[in-house]
Ligand binder design. Structure first.
Ligand SMILES: *[C@@H]1O[C@H](CO)[C@@H](O)[C@H](O)[C@H]1NC(C)=O
Length: 635
């Protein structure tokens, strides 16, 4: 009886805990739903929201994703800049940005013109309201557009910071999105901007097929003869997660910082990609080798590069027969007894029949197909030949043994002479001043959006600029892809009172669970029951199973866990014959289910405690199992 009673208590505990968990899940779901349209129900102080406008806006742009609006104001740089272009002012853009009227040399005449279209417009989807950007509009066309800096940037003794945003709104298959900083020249005319226009540096993403690059190229002036050479950053392809830039359709921020001490840093989405030095991380290197191979030096005719030579006086031994064949006929082989010399190896198939539709006139005379002669299977037939074996006298061609070459002089190398083109430029940072920026691009996919180009000598100015532009955009874009948990977390951080709700909702059941279970586990009744079960198990195991299983049974820990105790107690009620069935896992669970239902019934019948009964009812009603099981029982 005490056991039954204990079972009842146990059942109700489980019911209660299940209910609490259901309650928690319900609450979490409610919170999630709230977090999705909190704009309406919980207006946030930082967000000035007009809910009606949002929904219409979102319906147009992305009907399937609800994204709340983030207010955007055209940014203002907070310090010295050489260019700060947000593209929000169409009139200003028309004045400043000059589309190229040039042609690209050395390409097919049909596509040589830089006639790809540019537009200033809002993002195709999920952009900030009122935020315009420069968009490359034509597929498979050359595009070129440029704008003068407010003032030229001189690479003297201040840091150079370039930062801009790229968003591949339609992804990318083959095409660039890099920015060129055009060198200052007299009478600069941006209408002639093309591939050959001299630039000082080039920075930004580029992709074709599986080739993804983050370019950083600068043109270095040879101080000896004044010619320029492109220096390519060595890490263009070693940028982590760079592939995503071309796929995720989100805005990405690229930052290049070059300091007067030649140290530079590349950042993507505000994370450092690489810190390097202009003197070390470029190909070809800025400074040539001080020495070089003498191009006029030639290898002397008598220079002996052979490390080993054949022994000069060694001779072939007299008994060395170079002509002995590698294989000979086995002299000891004998024709096996019973070999049938006169039998053919293949015979016409005696069981084959001429097909009914065979026409001798048309198909020729019919012949049965050949099969292996069954008489040959045992020993063999036909002409007998002795097998070949390796010739023990075979030696091959004689060669003199090798010895060290006394005249060996080592590998010949040309003389090293001073490099006549040598120079040492200690400050490659001091590049040609830049007076304009330009995009000169080919792209197979349209919709590349550029925004918020800034050139400054103060990193803080660039960071602040990003905080008013990129950060907002990125948050908006991320909301689309945030998973439920991240969303919940972000929402809760905005509404900290929710933490208190979670604490109560999650904390309360945990406390209850612990208090229930711990007291139960400690009760002497359970310990007694455990011992009893253990003894029965041992007895059963020694009766039924081999030694191995018995050992396992003995291993059952004294301090069984709560679930184990439950299972074992249920086992207790099962008659011995049924125990064997329990070995099968499926049977076990079915058995358990049945039992639970029975116990539920008994509980109803005993009608012990009102509260418990109510709970049992609720649980059963909720699952819809209770009435069905009752009927089964009556049957
Ligand atoms: C300048 O020197 C480099 C080698 O250092 C050479 O490659 C280049 O052709 C030279 N340019 C001119 C204009 O002589």
């Amino acid at each position: 009886m005490w056991l039954q009673k204990h079972n009842l208590i146990n059942l109700n505990e489980t019911t209660f805990v299940t209910m609490l968990f259901k309650f928690i899940i319900l609450l979490l779901c409610t919170t999630l739903v709230l977090s999705q349209d909190d704009a309406q129900d919980f207006p946030d102080q930082d967000l000035d929201i007009d809910s009606e406008k949002i929904s219409t806006n979102e319906d147009l742009n992305s009907p399937d994703v609800e994204v709340e609006e983030i207010p955007y104001n055209t940014p203002q740089p907070i310090g010295n800049t050489y260019l700060a272009e947000h593209f929000d002012d169409r009139e200003d853009f028309q004045k400043k940005w000059i589309p190229s009227e040039a042609k690209k040399e050395g390409t097919d005449e049909n596509i040589a013109k830089y006639d790809g279209k540019w537009a200033v417009e809002e993002a195709e989807r999920n952009g900030l309201k009122g935020d315009l950007g420069l968009v490359l509009k034509s597929k498979a066309h050359h595009h070129a557009i440029a704008a003068r800096l407010d003032k030229p940037f001189l690479f003297d003794n201040k840091p150079f910071i370039l930062q801009y945003e790229v968003r591949f709104q339609n992804g990318q298959e083959c095409g660039g999105a890099y920015l060129k900083l055009l060198s200052q020249v007299p009478d600069m005319d941006l209408r002639t901007f093309r591939d050959k226009t001299p630039y000082t540096l080039m920075f930004g993403p580029d992709k074709c097929g599986n080739d993804h690059k983050l370019h950083f190229i600068f043109r270095h002036r040879n101080p000896k003869n004044g010619s320029f050479e492109e220096k390519h950053w060595k890490r263009t392809t070693a940028v982590p997660k760079f592939d995503d830039v071309f796929k995720d359709k989100k805005p990405h921020l690229f930052t290049l910082i070059i300091n007067p001490d030649n140290k530079f840093e590349v950042l993507m989405d505000k994370h450092s990609v690489h810190k390097g030095n202009m003197l070390e991380d470029f190909n070809p290197p800025v400074n040539p080798e001080p020495e070089m191979d003498d191009p006029n030096d030639v290898k002397p005719a008598d220079w002996d590069e052979r490390e080993k030579i054949p022994h000069p006086t060694a001779t072939k031994p007299d008994d060395w027969d170079e002509d002995a064949p590698r294989q000979i006929v086995d002299p000891n082989a004998r024709k096996p007894e019973g070999w049938l010399d006169d039998e053919l190896e293949l015979i016409p198939d005696p069981n084959a029949e001429k097909p009914a539709d065979w026409d001798d006139e048309m198909d020729g005379e019919w012949e049965p197909p050949l099969i292996n002669n069954p008489k040959c299977e045992k020993i063999g037939c036909g002409k007998w030949k002795a097998p070949m074996i390796d010739n023990p006298k075979y030696k091959g061609k004689w060669r003199a043994p090798l010895i060290d070459n006394p005249n060996y002089k080592g590998k010949w190398k040309p003389k090293r002479i001073p490099n006549p083109h040598y120079f040492e430029d200690k400050y490659p940072y001091k590049m040609t001043p830049v007076a304009a920026v330009g995009f000169e691009l080919w792209s197979m996919v349209d919709g590349i959006m550029f925004d918020n180009i800034i050139i400054t000598d103060d990193l803080y100015v660039a960071e602040h600029w990003a905080s008013e532009t990129f950060d907002l955009k990125r948050e908006l874009a991320d909301r689309e892809t945030d998973n439920m948990i991240t969303r919940l977390f972000k929402y809760t951080n905005k509404n900290p009172w929710l933490w208190a709700v979670y604490l109560v909702v999650i904390g309360l059941p945990v406390v209850l669970f612990i208090s229930f279970c711990c007291t139960t586990t400690r009760s002497p009744a359970v310990i007694a029951a455990q011992r009893d079960i253990e003894n029965r198990r041992k007895a059963y195991a020694s009766k039924t199973f081999a030694g191995q299983t018995e050992e396992k049974a003995r291993e059952v820990p004294k301090e069984a866990t709560i679930t184990e105790v439950k299972e074992e107690e249920e086992e207790e009620e099962v008659p011995e014959e049924e125990v064997e069935l329990l070995d099968n896992e499926k049977n076990e669970s079915r058995e358990e289910e049945k039992q639970t239902a029975e116990e539920g019934d008994e509980e109803k019948v005993t009608d012990e405690e009102e509260e418990e009964e109510v709970m049992g009812n609720q649980e059963s009603d909720a699952t819809g199992d209770f009435p069905r099981r009752r009927r089964l029982r009556k049957d």
